[in-house]
Every structure is written in structure tokens, then in C-alpha cells.
Design a binder for this molecule. Structure first.
Ligand SMILES: Cc1ncc(COP(=O)(O)O)c(C=O)c1O
Ligand SMILES: *[C@@H]1O[C@H](CO)[C@@H](O)[C@H](O)[C@H]1NC(C)=O
Ligand SMILES: *[C@@H]1O[C@H](CO)[C@@H](O)[C@H](O)[C@H]1NC(C)=O
Length: 489
């Protein structure tokens, strides 16, 4: 839970207020000055206008250099960030041929498979030679290779479901599958902080969407009870079906889903559960099987298990794992399966190889080592950040750890100061988070050595002092010990 300090809330609101007021004023002046020109395009409605456009121009573009930095290497523990310069106050940025080697605290490369790997990379290269980068066909035509069927079986086995179906993109997996599962007359109950792909899938389905308070099973129960009593809008007929959608690890919060409690509520009211494991599959649980394994939930109790290959597996694409019946149904009805070109074969091979390493089927214990490493690294880093007085969100074991920044001016300041010290961080702000809750999102990888992490902590601490984001100074262990000693005296 966010503990936004009162004073910070005030200054943050004030900053946005100021930016808003000056932005509006400048827009007004521009409109007046542009009035003679605008006559030429009369008759057309403005195509890019509105509050979000205002936000982009007046707020986002000022910190543009902190986003979309071009990268010139694999997203390993260290990455090459391309240097850029600007001649117009960062309105337009130009690449140079120089690069800065930075400690990478931003990629979702949880298990380190995204960089060259002794088992995966040679097999991916072989598959590239055998199959080429693209299948040039949809799955039902010529786009189902041996690799695709192998991965479907392997993914199903890995997550503990009878069957699975692949998609070329994680985002599409949610946004195209949800409309295939439910339509008008159905009810979707969605966590308030679910990913945009879920939000858009739910909206596109035509089903009624209700939101429950983030990760709060008691509120989910309240919403379920209310909605079941009310039934469909106007007609009050019973809902055709109800699906509850949650995530394993919330990507902007680093929090674990309260899955056991949520499953219990869903069972009580006969609602289906849909679990998005984009950030949790591969990254948590003793053998990497995600939030079910970590929290002791039987995968049989989750009706639809969704996940992506873009994080722990270092590839691209997504999957749905469910009963044979559901997967068969999706293969016959889901437009993204029927009309979208299938996953790139080398990307499929990468996932197959990565899962085999995780399962130890490569004949080594590297998978187990990686899983132990990501857990140790995450818990170490999180504990140290806490000690330094940062406001860190999320749970133990989660490799995602947001550091709250709040103030709009602190977003670019934090990002630029870190980059100056050769640490690449990701900052996130509106619209990915609520306006007042801007943050930096640290992602830890199994490929970080303890030395890397120490270096990262040192820089974050320095920059944290400079930018003023150590909102909750913790009493140091020493002062505790001293206090105890004094009592003993
Ligand atoms: C929870 C969640 N679901 C789905 C996606 C989309 O997956 P992809 O990036 O593979 O398209 C993401 C992406 O980050 C995510 O965080
Ligand atoms: C432009 O970007 C550079 C590099 O990130 C930064 O140091 C500088 O302050 C920015 N300038 C403006 C006017 O925002
Ligand atoms: C690249 O870096 C060198 C050394 O720091 C510097 O002298 C040079 O101007 C940079 N080149 C560009 C294109 O920015």
C-alpha cells in the first residue's frame, strides 16, 4: 500500500497545478497566435486533442530524454545505452555513436535468459536457420511448426494445466482472448490495477465490467454478491457467466496476488478465475511455476492461466493454459489465433530451451540456481532499499520493486542522475500510474551479481539523497543497538 505523506501530496498536487496552469496559458496564447493559420484547415475536427494530448505536450515531452532511450545490447545485467543530444531543449533528440555501459535495473529479464545463454542461444540460432524468423502464415494455415506444438505441450505441463495455446504477443493474449471467452450478458470483475491489456480486452468484449479494490478479497466478495443479486442491467436476468481477472504479480506495484483468498471467494459464488502471470511465471515459486506454486494454490483451481514469454523466458509472445475443452474452443474461435501470423519460430525455440533449463531437463542445475539467485537478489535488494528509507512497494520474493517518487520534477531528476552514474532505471508516471503516484520501477535479475547490486544500491542511495525521495527514514540498526545498550546501563 502506498503511504503518500501529506506534505508530499500537497507539493505534488501544487506542482501539477502549476504545470497545468502554465500549460493552459501557453496553449491559449498559441491558439490566439495561430488563429490566422488555422482558418486553412477549417471543417476538420482536431485529430489529436484532449487532456491526454495536453499531458503529453506539456508534461511528458519535458522529460522525454528519460523515456525510450535507445539500447545497443541485450538486456543483460549491464546494457549499452546510446547517448543522445538535443539542439532544441530535448524536443527532438539525436543519437550519437557513443554508448554508455549502464547497470540495468529496468528490464524484465528475471532469470537472465534474455542475454546469450549456453543452452538456449545455440538452439535458437539453429531454429533460425531451419525455420527463418517468420512463418509467414497463420496457425491454421502453414504457421504451425513442430516447435509450436512442442511449446504448447511444454507450457501446459510447466504451469500444470491440460492444454495451452500460443499467441505472438502477450498484450494480444489478453486483449483478444477475453472477448473470445465472454460477451454481452456476461460479467467481468477486474482488479482495479489490472494491466491495460486486460482493461482493453474487457472493454472490447461487450461484457459488463466491474472493478474491485486492488487485491482486496473482501471487496471482491461484496461486488460479486451485489452483482449476482442485481443480475444483468435492465432485464435483471442472471449473468450468463462471471469471470474474475487478477494478476500474479502486479507489474506497477510488485505485489503478489492474494490468490488463495480470491479463489475461495470465486468458488463460493461459482465465478471463473482468470490469472495473468506475465511477471510471476518463471520468476517465483520454488521451481519457477509462479504464484500458484509460491502460495500453495492448485492450478486446477484457476480456470484460465495466462502468461507471457517476454519476461522470465527472454522471448516474446504469450500463452493461455486451461482445460482441453477451453483451449479447443479458443483454437476454433479466437480471431488472434485464426487471423494473426503465428509466433516467430526462434522465439518459440527460446522459450522451449528456457523452460527446459528451468526444469533441469538440460541436464544441469542451472535452472535451480537461477531461481535461487533471483529470490536472494530480490530479497536482498528490497531489504537494503527499505533500510535506506525509500518507500518501496511490493512483497517479499517479488523481483519488481517500485520506489515512490511522487513529485513530477523528481521523475526526470531521478532518472538523469542515475544515468549520470551509469545506472539505467525505468520511471513510470501517468497514465501507467495514477497522476500523484509516479515511481521508479526496479526489476532485479538472476544475472545480477552481488557486486552489481551493491553498486546499484550505492548509486540509488546517493541519488535518493540528492533528489529527496527517502520519505521514510528508518532508524538504523546501530541506533537501535545503542538505545538497547543505554537501557542496560
Ligand atoms: C500483467 C501483464 N499482462 C500482459 C502484458 C503484456 O505482455 P507483452 O509485453 O508480452 O505484450 C504485460 C506486459 O508487460 C503485463 O505486465
Ligand atoms: C535534456 O536532457 C538532458 C539529458 O538527459 C538533461 O540533462 C537536460 O536537463 C534536459 N534539458 C531540458 C531543457 O529539459
Ligand atoms: C563521444 O564521446 C567522446 C568522449 O567522451 C566525446 O569527445 C565525443 O564528442 C562524443 N561523440 C559524440 C558524437 O557525442
Amino acid at each position: 500500500m502506498v503511504r503518500l505523506p501529506y506534505f508530499t501530496a500537497l507539493t505534488t498536487l501544487f506542482s501539477y497545478g502549476l504545470l497545468f496552469a502554465f500549460g493552459q496559458m501557453r496553449d491559449l496564447f498559441r491558439k490566439i497566435l495561430d488563429l490566422p493559420k488555422s482558418k486553412k484547415v477549417q471543417g476538420y475536427a482536431p485529430i489529436c486533442l484532449g487532456l491526454e494530448d495536453f499531458y503529453t505536450r506539456r508534461l511528458f515531452l519535458r522529460a522525454q530524454d528519460c523515456f525510450g532511450r535507445p539500447i545497443a545490447s541485450a538486456p543483460d545485467a549491464w546494457i549499452d545505452v546510446v547517448e543522445r543530444y538535443s539542439n532544441d531543449n530535448n524536443k527532438t533528440l539525436h543519437r550519437t555513436s557513443n554508448i554508455t555501459k549502464c547497470l540495468n535495473l529496468g528490464s524484465y529479464n528475471y532469470l537472465g535468459f534474455a542475454a546469450a545463454d549456453e543452452y538456449c542461444t545455440p538452439r535458437v540460432i539453429e531454429s533460425l536457420k531451419q525455420y527463418s524468423p517468420g512463418t509467414c502464415s497463420v496457425r491454421v494455415d502453414g504457421g504451425t511448426t513442430k516447435l509450436h506444438t512442442e511449446l504448447e505441450e511444454l507450457a501446459a505441463r510447466f504451469v500444470g494445466k491440460p492444454a495451452a495455446i500460443l499467441f505472438g504477443m502477450g498484450y494480444v493474449t489478453n486483449s483478444a482472448i477475453i472477448p473470445a471467452l465472454i460477451a454481452k450478458g456476461g460479467l467481468i470483475i477486474s482488479d482495479s490495477l489490472n494491466h491495460n491489456s486486460i482493461v482493453n480486452g474487457a472493454r472490447g468484449s461487450g461484457a459488463t465490467v466491474r472493478v474491485f479494490q486492488h487485491n482486496t478479497p473482501s471487496h471482491l466478495e461484496e461486488v460479486l454478491r451485489e452483482q449476482i443479486a442485481e443480475g444483468q442491467p435492465r432485464t435483471h436476468r442472471p449473468w450468463k457467466k462471471i469471470i474474475v481477472i487478477v494478476e500474479g504479480i502486479y507489474s506497477m506495484e510488485g505485489e503478489l496476488c492474494k490468490l488463495p483468498e480470491i479463489i475461495a471467494v470465486c468458488k463460493k459464488y461459482k465465478a471463473y478465475t482468470y490469472l495473468d502471470e506475465a511477471h510471476s511465471i518463471g520468476a517465483i515459486g520454488k521451481t519457477g511455476r509462479g504464484v500458484c506454486e509460491l502460495l500453495g494454490v492448485d492450478p486446477a483451481d484457476v480456470d484460465i492461466m495466462m502468461g507471457t514469454f517476454t519476461k522470465s523466458f527472454g522471448s516474446c509472445g504469450g500463452y493461455i493454459a486451461a482445460s482441453k475443452e477451453i483451449i479447443q474452443y479458443l483454437k476454433h474461435t479466437c480471431p488472434a489465433h485464426l487471423y494473426g501470423t503465428s509466433m516467430s519460430p526462434p522465439a518459440v525455440q527460446q522459450v522451449i530451451s528456457a523452460i527446459k533449463v528451468i526444469l533441469g531437463e538440460d541436464g544441469s542445475n542451472r535452472g535451480a540456481q537461477k531461481l535461487a539467485q533471483i529470490r536472494d537478489n530480490s530479497n536482498f535488494f528490497r531489504a537494503e532499499l527499505h533500510k535506506m528509507g525509500f518507500e518501496v512497494l511490493g512483497d517479499e520474493d517479488s523481483p519488481v520493486m517500485p520506489i515512490m517518487l511522487y513529485n513530477p520534477a523528481k521523475i526526470p531528476a531521478f532518472s538523469r542522475e542515475c544515468l549520470k552514474q551509469n545506472v539505467a532505471v525505468v520511471t513510470v508516471a501517468f497514465p501507467a500510474t495514477p497522476l500523484l503516484l509516479a515511481r521508479a520501477r526496479i526489476c532485479i535479475s538472476a544475472s545480477h551479481s552481488r557486486e552489481d547490486l551493491m553498486r546499484g544500491l550505492e548509486v540509488l542511495s546517493k541519488v535518493g539523497d540528492l533528489v529527496g525521495i527517502k520519505y521514510f527514514p528508518v532508524e538504523s540498526e546501530n541506533s537501535h543497538a545503542e538505545a538497547k545498550l543505554k537501557k542496560l546501563d
